[in-house]
Structure formats: structure tokens, C-alpha cells
Design a protein around this ligand. Structure first.
Ligand code: B12
Length: 477
């Protein structure tokens, strides 16, 4: 076995008039997972397809899967699960017997559900060492029952969950991701610097325990950092390859300001050229305003700030370990520094009142340069999933799928308000001003947003018009 197909599933189901994946409106970034896994699998020929940034036909998927000895599929989220499943079914039908291996956040949370849907192996949690052992075993027809971190089915369709694999103690031990598997022309981040866009990572996990967060569960609430030297080594390679716009995948970027100050100083000293966006907590911003200023000089242009709400009762209920005052302070610091705030906000939390929801919509408008509002969804594995299930307040039995149209029953009415908010927001003259004559980041951000929104709205098909807002099958051939 020498050839592998790495697959970011095709969008067989699409939604209209707005796409199901709102973040996708702001450009395209690859998952880092495949660059990282590819670096561990140097002895294999790797083909890569990313259905989030290109429309491939199913015939092309069949052909490329048939040419491979195994197919590795990224199962990322409940929102993407329907597409991922459609891809998997297609592979199983057109390439019988070909090993189909899924991994990622969603696959980890729903391993047996994926086995039920026919995949042969699920790689849970961290994939680097597991995939090497698994492919070796598959190649040699060896036993898989001792491979830590996989779930699998035997010939009689009995499902097995092997013990978990301990996390790699130091991220510096991982090979440098191989970004050359991505066609850089296909990706785009709305940042003003010229050059290619991609994803990189300085740390993995988060030691906080927000009740709604599935990501920190994935890494058992640990937070591991790459050393500043290692991060700089990766950044040097990225610049050499022409990548200048970086989306850091870290769930809690900048958590230890001293460490990040060394990275920013290194970027400046070595004259590396970047603009970057990162997910950052308010308390990390407030802890060291000086480091934020340094971050700006090193290229931080967008902070994806986890504000959620300005209601302290709710912040406490989430176990967010921060408060409204810290959020406000963080916004002040970022604004003063000139960093664009993509503010993550959440409405529709379990027992949130209407007044609280309205206040969060108002705060979203006030505290962010662009509000990224989610209607609360209880994700499997989180404490909130258990809470919602106890109250029978789940939109779907197990949340394997989530279509961003159906929310928890007690908050279904919010969808109208949510759409109304964005309709008003996106047509408000102040946004149009940013689009036409804002700062360089504002222009890049709003132009990308409006262009992609228009593309989505005009991607009409009979099925979409008949079932607006639902996921409809879009490509068949
Ligand atoms: C980049 C990114 C995106 C990009 C690109 C996604 C893509 N093309 O895959 C975009 C912007 C498109 C995106 C969109 C969304 N995303 Co996103 N995204 C991320 C982000 C920030 C980084 C992913 C990454 O590169 N991580 C770094 C790599 C190294 O880690 P990893 O992905 O976990 O991969 C490791 C293992 O999981 C495993 N692995 C992963 N895949 C595979 C596959 C195989 C075969 C194997 C063997 C192993 C394996 O091995 C890797 C190395 O150990 C993560 C947050 C995060 N920190 O991971 C969220 C995250 C994955 N996204 C999330 C969500 C919810 C979404 C959206 C639903 C958001 C929205 N409401 O619009 C959409 C859904 C898109 C869709 N249609 O599915 C959640 C998923 C949570 C969950 N359990 O459901 C996360 C965890 C963010 C969060 N904190 O909530 N996303």
C-alpha cells in the first residue's frame, strides 16, 4: 500500500440562500490536520481533495479514490456531518473493500456512529502516531486490536473501541506540517498583506472548561504549547513557501503572553512578513496590553475574540472564567491597537431570557467590528449536552447532524431574530462604509463577505428554491 487519498469532504449538500457554514463566507482556510498527518506519512504518495473550496464531481472523487489504497476523511463538525456521510457512502459504494478511515473532532465524539455508517476505522483524538501504526497494520494485514486510539469493526460487524492513546507530551516532537499538499491558489483569508493563506498552530487545546465547548474536551482540557523556537521555525518555512496570511487554529491563542512575546519579537527580528488572525480570550488580551501591541507589530490584524455575551450571569453559567468588564477592557485594548475584532457571541443558551438575548445582540453590534453570532448548540461530549438532554431540549436525538436551521426547541423562535439581526446588520450604511472606505482589514473582510454572500444567494437551483434554508443535494454526477 503506497497511495493515500486525503479527503476534506465534497459539498454534496448545500444550503441556500446563505451557506450552512457562515465562517466559510470569510474565505477558505484548510484544516491543518492533513498537512500535519502528511508530514507523518512521508513514505506514502498522497493525493488531496478539499471539497470546501472546490466543486468536484462525484465521478472525480470515485476516480481518485479508486487510484488510492486507502481514503482518509476529515469529520470536522456536526454541521458538516451530512456531507461527510454522503461522501463516505459514495466511497463505500464505488470502491468496495477500500479502507475508509475517518478522524477529527466529530469522528472522535461519534466513533461508533461512524462505524455504523460503514467506515472501517475511526482515529480518535490526536492522529499523528495512530495513523502511522494503523496504515502499517492495514498494509501488512496485521492485527489492529492493540493500536491505541482507534475504533474499528471486525468482519462480523462487531464494534471495538481500543483504549485511548496518551497525548504527545511535547508538540515540538511532531514533524513540521507539510503545507505543500495544499494548492495555495485555492485558499484565501481576508487580510490585507499580499501572499498565500493557510492554517498554522502554536498550541493545542485549552485548559478552561466552558460547559458548551467540545474542543477542550477533545484534548482533555490540557493546553500544550510549541516552543517559541519551533513556532518561528515553522513561520520561516511558511514565508519561504509564500504564505503570509495565517489563521492560527489554536483554541486559546496567546494564553501565556511571555511565550508569545518571544514569538512576536522573533518575527520582527527576522523580518518575517505576516498578517494573522487568531482565536483569543479576553483575559489573555487584558493580561498584557503590551504584548498585544507587539502582536500588532508582528502582524496580528484580526482577533477572533470569545466574548459570548455581556451578561455576567450567563458567563458564570457557561463557566467561562471571565466577566463583562474583562470583555470590555479587551475590546478597548484591541481597538486602541487597531486590531479588527471578529467577536464570537452566543445567543439562545439553555435558560437565557428574551431580554438577555436582546442585550447580547446589542452588545454584538457595539463591541465587535464583525459579530460572529452562534445560536447555542449542545454538542455531544459537553456538559451542556447532558443538561439539554435532561430537559429534553435537544434539536436532534444525538446531535450527530446539525443543520443550523434547527436549534434547541425552547429557542427555536430565535432563528427569526438572528436572521433579522444579520439582515439589518449587513445592509446598514456603516457596514457599507467599511466595505467601501474602511481600513485595509475592514475592506478585505467586508468585500470577501459580501462577495461570497452574493455568490451563495445567486447559486440558485430548483431544489434550493423549493426548500430554502434546508440542506439540498447539489451535485450528483
Ligand atoms: C480551520 C477550521 C475551520 C475551517 C476549515 C475547516 C476544514 N476545511 O476542515 C473553516 C473555517 C471552514 C471551519 C468551518 C467550521 N468549523 Co471549524 N475549525 C477550524 C479550526 C480553527 C482549526 C482546525 C485545525 O486545523 N486544527 C489543527 C489540527 C492539527 O487539529 P485537528 O483538526 O483536531 O486534527 C487532529 C485530529 O483531530 C486528527 N484528525 C483530524 N482529521 C483527521 C482525519 C483523519 C483521517 C485522521 C486519521 C485524523 C484526523 O489528527 C489531527 C492531528 O492530531 C478548529 C479548531 C481547532 N483548534 O482545531 C475548528 C473546529 C474544528 N471547527 C468547528 C466548527 C463548529 C466549525 C463550523 C460548524 C463553524 C460554523 N458554525 O460555521 C464550520 C463547519 C464547517 C463544515 N462544513 O464542516 C469546531 C468543531 C467542534 C465540534 N465538535 O463540532 C472546532 C473544534 C472549533 C471549536 N472550538 O468549536 N473550521
Amino acid at each position: 500500500m503506497r497511495n493515500i487519498l486525503m479527503l476534506q469532504p465534497l459539498r454534496i449538500y448545500k444550503r441556500w440562500p446563505a451557506p450552512e457554514d457562515f465562517t466559510g463566507l470569510l474565505g477558505g482556510t484548510p484544516t491543518l490536520a492533513f498537512a500535519q498527518l502528511r508530514a507523518c506519512l512521508k513514505n506514502y504518495q498522497v493525493d488531496y481533495m478539499d471539497g470546501t473550496v472546490r466543486d468536484y464531481s462525484l465521478a472525480e472523487l470515485t476516480k481518485r479514490a479508486q487510484d488510492a489504497d486507502a481514503v482518509l476523511v476529515n469529520a470536522h463538525s456536526s454541521v458538516g456531518a451530512l456531507n461527510t456521510e454522503a461522501n463516505v457512502r459514495h466511497l463505500l459504494e464505488t470502491c468496495p473493500g477500500k479502507p475508509v478511515i475517518v478522524g477529527g473532532h466529530h469522528a472522535t465524539a461519534y466513533d461508533f456512529e461512524w462505524l455504523e455508517r460503514g467506515v472501517h476505522f475511526v482515529v480518535r483524538n490526536e492522529g499523528e502516531r495512530t495513523i502511522v501504526e494503523l496504515l502499517e497494520a492495514v498494509k501488512n494485514g496485521g492485527a489492529v486490536d492493540k493500536i491505541a486510539g482507534i475504533s474499528w469493526q471486525d468482519g462480523k460487524r462487531n464494534f471495538h473501541r481500543n483504549p485511548p492513546r496518551p497525548l504527545t507530551p511535547s508538540l515540538d516532537e511532531l514533524p513540521i506540517p507539510d503545507w505543500t499538499i495544499y494548492n495555495p491558489e485555492l485558499y484565501y483569508l481576508p487580510l490585507p498583506i499580499p501572499g498565500y493563506s493557510t492554517t498554522a498552530e502554536t498550541s493545542r487545546g485549552c485548559s478552561f472548561s466552558c460547559k458548551f465547548c467540545a474542543a477542550s474536551e477533545m484534548w482533555s482540557h490540557t493546553h500544550r504549547f510549541k516552543s517559541p523556537g519551533r513556532v518561528l521555525e515553522e513561520l520561516r518555512i511558511l514565508n519561504t513557501l509564500g504564505f503570509t496570511r495565517i489563521w492560527f487554529s489554536d483554541d486559546n491563542f496567546g494564553a501565556e503572553p511571555e511565550r508569545y512575546a518571544l514569538i512576536y519579537e522573533g518575527i520582527l527580528k527576522e523580518n518575517l512578513k505576516f498578517n494573522f488572525a487568531a482565536f483569543i480570550r479576553s483575559d489573555a488580551v487584558v493580561r498584557s496590553p503590551e504584548t498585544i501591541k507587539l502582536a500588532y507589530r508582528a502582524g496580528m490584524r484580526v482577533a477572533l475574540l470569545g466574548i459570548e455575551t455581556q451578561i455576567n450571569r450567563l458567563l458564570e453559567d457557561y463557566s467561562k472564567s471571565t466577566d463583562a468588564r474583562t470583555n470590555l477592557k479587551a475590546v478597548e485594548i484591541l481597538r486602541e491597537t487597531g486590531i479588527f475584532i471578529g467577536g464570537f457571541m452566543m445567543v439562545g443558551y439553555l435558560d437565557e431570557t428574551r431580554e438577555e438575548t436582546e442585550s447580547t445582540f446589542r452588545a454584538a453590534d457595539k463591541l465587535t467590528d464583525y459579530p460572529i453570532i452562534s445560536i447555542f448548540e449542545p454538542r455531544s461530549g459537553t456538559r451542556d449536552f447532558t443538561r439539554a438532554r435532561e430537559k429534553s431540549d435537544l434539536p436532534g436525538a444525538d446531535m450527530f447532524y446539525h443543520n443550523t436551521v434547527k436549534f434547541i426547541p425552547s429557542k427555536r423562535h430565535l432563528l427569526r431574530e438572528y436572521r433579522g439581526f444579520y439582515r439589518r446588520y449587513l445592509t446598514h450604511p456603516k457596514q457599507l462604509r467599511k466595505f467601501l472606505s474602511g481600513t485595509a482589514v475592514e475592506k478585505a473582510w467586508y468585500r470577501t463577505l459580501y462577495k461570497n454572500l452574493a455568490k451563495s444567494v445567486f447559486s440558485l437551483s430548483a431544489a434550493k428554491i423549493l426548500h430554502p434554508w434546508e440542506m439540498v443535494r447539489d451535485i450528483h454526477k
